[in-house]
Design a protein around this ligand. Sequence first.
Ligand SMILES: [Zn+2]
Length: 104
Amino acid sequence: MTGKAKPKKHTAKEIAAKVDAATTNRGGGKAGLADRSGQEKGGHAKFECPLCKVTAPDLKSMQIHHDARHPKIPFEESKLTDLHASSAVETSKARPGVRGSFKK
Ligand SMILES: [Zn+2]
């Protein structure tokens, strides 16, 4: 059951803007904290950087963030924090097929 949702196409500019917003909000007080946590946005941000806790809405954005912020550290998808998975119980939204997406 993969490929249920097609990945949305984003322009490079759009992604860069999102990543920039995510990174520049870092340490920006309560607003920045809420933005980073992703909680205030109802889980809008899916991934959390394990290194600096910046959040990104999708894997591609996180990868761009990683390349920009942690160029010396290899990008490892498995080390990212999936906020959607951890907050799945909170939303109590039925998400069949999500389990088992971890490859390792
Ligand atoms: Zn980071």
